[in-house]
Ligand binder design. Structure first.
Ligand code: TRP
Length: 449
């Protein structure tokens, strides 16, 4: 059995874990959800749910992972108190592995689009018009090739291991991501129309905040954004040094993720209204604001086209940003099944990564070839139904199945005196009753809505 990986420092962990959390969900999902759900009203509900419900679920995964120093299946089995809870642990862990593999298989398709659009900018600058129009057209061939390309990049990084792959690329890519985002925000805010976009984002429309779909959307967004329910944060927590203060790290991670989502809104919404000012259609047939694929691969490129030469540079920066955001997230998804196969079947990391990477690529290609039938279905099943439900079980494991002193001992490792903090006073009641009931309440809404 090979030694387990460990992140080299708190900074290394934060770059890797925020790399997982900050992804297409932040740059794409959050701003468009905000735009179509009452702007700042959505942002407020989101903040409440992200810190009230998603953050505790994040803590549950980090604590279990660091305690067990193992993948989700083994970790949950280890907390079990009898054959029943052991079986439950196995089922939850395995369901997480299946869910995250499905998430990766649709995520890689979008990641591939981002790569294609990033290459399109230099192609059109160099005057390669036929290459450029091929890169821009939504063809099955292009989507399949770039899907495999994106999976290839993900596989290469995960092959290199925790420190040499995941942490190294997190350290390199996350600061660049922030740099590119800030540059783009500053630039877009100088353009005509940006103010209306800021208003749509920051002025709350509370009538929309009360619509029933909003809370469900905000909760799904929060759990997706923090990569919860599938053992991603659990496995990253298992690579965290026992000397680290888990509660600090958890707050920092939730804070980084939320701040980044908020910043991305300062780019995407103003950009949409700049597009409107430039004559680009930003509403769809039903009169709703464009969201999802329509926004990123049609509204924004149309905007960049109206901006002449500068537009191609901005387009390049924007799609490189999206590609980086997607890649540091996809590696965290692939790590979940890979760690499981390495630890539970004794396979080498190389073989496991190649094998699972290959399998996920096949599933992903199946979705590419049956896009209309499968894409939305897989997204909805994995992110709306599976993720919150599995998160609920992680919380239940920590609060009900694991002995309370176990949690405390784990927290004390990096934080002497944690038992006297406000955090620990609130934690037990909060984790046992409030958090699971609230997740359940939202989940019931989702099913019966
Ligand atoms: N959080 C990432 C984003 O916002 C996506 C992600 C990475 C993810 N790992 C995950 C989502 C695990 C769900 C589960 O884009």
């Amino acid at each position: 059995m090979t030694a387990r990986g460990e992140f080299s420092s708190r900074f290394g962990f934060l770059m890797a874990a925020s790399g997982s959390a900050i992804g297409l969900g932040n740059v794409w999902g959050f701003p468009t959800n905000a735009a179509s759900n009452g702007g700042a009203a959505f942002v407020l509900v989101y903040l409440l749910l992200a810190f009230g419900l998603a953050h505790p679920a994040l803590m549950a995964e980090l604590i279990i992972g660091r305690h067990a120093r193992s993948n989700a299946v083994r970790a949950l089995q280890g907390l079990a108190t009898g054959p029943g809870t052991r079986r439950l642990g196995t089922v939850v862990g395995l369901a997480g592995i299946v869910t995250v593999s499905l998430i990766l298989s649709f995520y890689a398709i979008i990641g591939g689009w981002m790569l294609a659009w990033a290459l399109n900018a230099p192609a059109s600058l160099l005057g390669l018009t036929s290459v450029s129009s091929w890169l821009r057209a939504d063809s099955v061939t292009r989507n399949a090739l770039f899907d495999v390309f994106f999976m290839g990049l993900t596989i290469v990084i995960v092959l290199a291991g925790v420190r040499q792959g995941i942490e190294k690329w997190g350290r390199r890519l996350m600061p660049s991501l922030l740099g590119i985002l800030l540059m783009l925000i500053v630039y877009v805010l100088t353009l005509e129309g940006a103010r209306e976009g800021l208003a749509a984002y920051l002025v709350p429309d509370f009538s929309k905040a009360l619509e029933p779909g909003l809370i469900v959307a905000a909760l799904g967004q929060a759990f997706f954004s923090l990569s919860l329910g599938v053992g991603t944060m659990l496995i990253y927590g298992s690579y965290l040094s026992p000397r680290e203060n888990l509660s600090t790290v958890g707050w920092m991670l939730a804070g980084l993720d939320t701040s980044f989502a908020f910043l991305a809104g300062l780019l995407v919404l103003p950009a949409m209204y700049v597009a409107l000012a430039n004559g680009v259609e930003i509403y769809d047939a039903s009169g709703a604001l464009a969201a999802g694929p329509g926004l990123i691969v049609s509204v924004l490129p149309a905007l960049f086209d109206t901006m002449g030469l500068a537009g191609q540079f901005v387009a390049f920066a924007f799609f490189v940003l999206m590609s980086i955001a997607a890649l540091t997230s996809s590696i965290s998804m692939l790590e979940v099944p890979v760690a499981y196969v390495v630890e539970s079947f004794g396979m080498t990391r190389r073989r496991a990564t190649a094998l699972i990477g290959g399998l996920v690529s096949l599933v992903s290609l199946t979705i590419v070839f049956n896009f209309g039938l499968l894409f939305d279905l897989v997204v909805t099943l994995a992110t709306e139904y599976s993720q919150p439900l599995l998160s609920l079980f992680f919380v239940i494991f920590v609060a009900w199945i694991w002995h309370r002193n176990g949690v405390l001992e784990e927290l004390q490792k990096g934080h002497a005196g944690v038992e006297n903090t406000l955090f620990w006073r609130i934690w037990p009641v909060y984790m046992r009753f409030i958090c699971p009931l609230a997740i359940l309440a939202v989940y019931v809404q989702l099913i019966f809505l």
